[in-house]
Design a binder for this molecule. Structure first.
Ligand SMILES: Nc1ncnc2c1ncn2[C@@H]1O[C@H](COP(=O)(O)OP(=O)(O)O)[C@@H](O)[C@H]1O
Ligand SMILES: [Mg+2]
Length: 253
């Protein structure tokens, strides 16, 4: 039931406290939105949860394993994947190759990637399946750099999904695209998670229509601390959260 757990996590950058006493548990079936103003500590929290940043104090476990020191490849094999706030498309790779690069660590033979990709049938089956789920079937041979911004964001999410994770952490998957593209990304993402049997989604999200429209749990972060953690209804009922974080972006409660 419990997938991911953070206990009393603190992260200092010099004298600056980016995370302070953060405790949370992520369970099977949860779609969590992490909200908070710029600089609140949202990305730092996801970085600590995914083992990218070592906490100054406290600990993080994924399925009982301490994520510190595991490294991205072993975490991916255990069932955790993530995407980043700024999309990092390799301009020379095709859409298919971009998904393949991500999928390779899941197949446990990354060292042979460059010599064997063309003949690697399981790898290309993953690429075709994930490509189809994300609507890239007709674009697999296109260079990733010519995709629209919305498709680039979606390709980044698809790459994380290519690891067939149990839990996926997405840092602002809908930022920097039009409202229409945001809806497309979310629709495809949620459908993909269902089709691929993903057990939990954690997403940093600024758009309150998406936060309240898609998540079943909201964690509000402010000044490095968890200000509130609960159902969308319970967050709506918190006047302090609505005032300091949600603010005027979301008046139609
Ligand atoms: N590597 C770092 N070194 C120093 N300060 C950092 C570093 N990463 C983040 N911070 C600081 O920690 C705070 C939280 O940053 P971040 O987690 O990126 O916030 P958010 O994602 O909520 O906008 C910010 O004040 C930021 O400047
Ligand atoms: Mg951030």
């Amino acid at each position: 039931m419990t997938l991911l757990q953070a206990q009393n996590v603190r992260k200092l950058y010099g004298g600056f406290c980016a995370l302070d006493d953060v405790t949370l548990t992520i369970n099977n079936g949860e779609h969590v939105s992490i909200i908070g103003p710029n600089g609140a500590g949202k990305t730092t929290l996801v970085n600590v949860l995914t083992g990218l940043v070592r906490p100054t104090a406290g600990n993080v476990t994924f399925k009982g394993y301490n994520v510190v020191n595991l490294g991205a490849v072993r975490l991916a094999r255990l069932g955790m994947a993530r995407s980043f706030q700024l999309v990092n498309i390799f301009p020379e790779l095709s859409v298919a190759e971009t998904i393949a690069v991500a999928a390779i660590s899941h197949l446990r033979h990354g060292e042979r990637f460059f010599s064997s990709t063309a003949r690697n049938r399981p790898l290309w089956e993953i690429v075709e399946r994930v490509g189809a789920i994300f609507g890239f079937s007709g674009k697999l041979d296109q260079p990733a750099k010519i995709l629209s911004q919305g498709d680039k964001k979606l390709l980044d999410v698809a790459s994380a999904f290519a690891l067939s994770p149990e839990i996926i952490l997405l840092d602002e998957p809908t930022s920097g695209v039009s409202t229409a593209d945001k809806s497309t990304i979310m629709r495809v993402l949620v459908q993909a998670a269902r089709q691929m049997g993903i057990k939990a989604i954690i997403q940093i999200e600024h758009d309150m229509d998406i936060v309240f429209g898609y998540s079943n749990r909201i964690i509000a972060v402010h000044n490095g601390r968890i200000l509130a953690d609960g159902s969308p209804a319970s967050i709506r009922a918190r006047a302090d959260v609505m005032a300091t974080i949600v603010g005027r972006q979301y008046d139609h409660a």
